[in-house]
Design a protein around this ligand. Structure first.
Ligand SMILES: [Zn+2]
Ligand SMILES: [Zn+2]
Length: 239
């Protein structure tokens, strides 16, 4: 893999590059435990999540973001007040692209596609519970070390992500391997990047989520949404 990019698109499309000065002005936030004026959270079960086709158990509502928060104005979608990030974390469905449809009227999420071919499921004793405990989260502006404006900062950011925090919203997606495919699989419009989720590094020795052992393997999950048809795509990249 070349770090010099672009992998897709052209130089005017900043999302085509793993790192570079174009990320400097894209404001993003660390999602960390803490009380916030807005209702951001880890876990919970107020959305009706689909049952995983492989494990036959409810998927995980991992993080949910309150779009009333002006920090998230870039996500602004008519008719939606919050965005849940959903995936199964106990099997190989998260290793391949998953596509969901958001139904804000009845707060439900349905599966459009799961591409898994590995058919791997976690041992029962190591499963991450669903629903996850509901924990209040707040958004903290990213530090200079979280923004991959060059290769050094890129490597710093990778080191800190999963060690000091588990989710980054807006800003640079921090691609582990390559830029995301941002074409909506349903309507073919350009999707909007929302957030990236990491498991805890080093076998959870930092215990970033106190009530649960949030180790999901060496991967990042990237969430994009189509504002036209409310499709959410989850892409996985190994770290
Ligand atoms: Zn599953
Ligand atoms: Zn679409």
């Amino acid at each position: 893999m070349s770090f010099l990019g672009p992998h897709t698109g052209n130089i005017n499309k900043p999302y085509s590059y793993l790192f570079g000065p174009h990320w400097k002005d894209k404001k993003g936030y660390r999602v960390v435990e803490g009380i916030d004026k807005y209702n951001h959270k880890f876990g919970g079960n107020d959305w009706n999540v689909p049952v995983c086709k492989l494990c036959n158990e409810p998927m995980h509502q991992i993080f949910t973001f309150d779009l009333e928060d002006p920090k998230l104005n870039d996500i602004n979608i008519e008719g939606i007040t919050e965005i849940p990030l959903v995936s199964c974390l106990n099997c190989s469905t998260s290793w391949d692209t998953q596509v969901f449809k958001l139904n804000p009227q009845n707060k439900s999420i349905e599966i459009i596609s799961q591409d898994d071919i590995e058919n791997w499921t976690q041992d029962d004793e190591d499963k991450i519970p669903s629903p996850l405990p509901n924990i209040k989260m707040s958004l903290k502006e990213m530090t200079q070390d979280d923004i991959p404006i060059n290769i050094i900062k890129y490597e710093n950011a990778i080191e800190l992500f999963g060690t000091e925090y588990l989710c980054r919203i807006l800003g640079a997606p921090l691609y582990a391997q390559e830029p995301l495919d941002r074409e909506c699989p349903v309507c073919k419009k350009e999707m909007n990047y929302i957030a990236t989720v990491s498991g805890e590094s080093y076998y959870n020795s930092f215990n970033l989520i106190k009530e649960v052992d949030f180790t999901i393997g060496e991967m990042y999950l990237y969430f994009t949404i189509c504002k036209e048809c409310l499709t959410i795509k989850v892409e996985c990249q190994g770290t």
